[in-house]
Design a protein. Sequence first.
Length: 225
Amino acid sequence: MIDALSRKPLRVMIVDESPVVRIGLRTLLNADTRLTMVGEATNGRKALILAQQLRPDVVLLDNCVPDPNGLNTLRHLIQISRVLVMTYSHEPLAVESAMRLGASGYLVHGDFSPDELTRAILRATPDQVHLSPRATSAVLSRLHMTVPAQAVAQDPHADALTPREREIMDLISQGLSNSRIANKLVLSEKTVKNHVNHIFGKLHAANRAEAMACWLGTAGQRAYI
């Protein structure tokens, strides 16, 4: 989020081979005073050099970029900046791999609005994972593929959740952000965030992906996250 003291806009870097995508993202970033584009790259090698020089707050990365490929690029970029993967691919393994490496989100083109993208950039923090609907479906399908049907039962820690926390956990599992959960349940976003923090503590989860794994009965499979 924007620094509360300096009010400086978040510095964003774009990594995508497509000039059309880069132009669209550049236009979006330039239209919002809370964001500023500091650089763009067309492949992984250039992205890593630029990221080291510019130290952006957030990188928008297409996981299909070459030299090196998107996942290898992501592996290094997350040591420098928060990274939102933005791509056309919603293959379960691609989403899983990106989240396992530490991406702050996975957004599938055509599956989110400009406002939703802006919110994802502004709220890209370690405790929030931003998944567009098709990415969420991919994560859920991957979870079910990696766990035998007879093992799909809620984690024992889930019994400690209150009815409201269970309701919120259901919405988290559908890929909803804190703000969307707040709107849906007619709560303040701060109240939702407090509930989410309590849920994480009870499920012994470090982030939304781990909480989803627990909720779906896959706590034993957390190594992939």
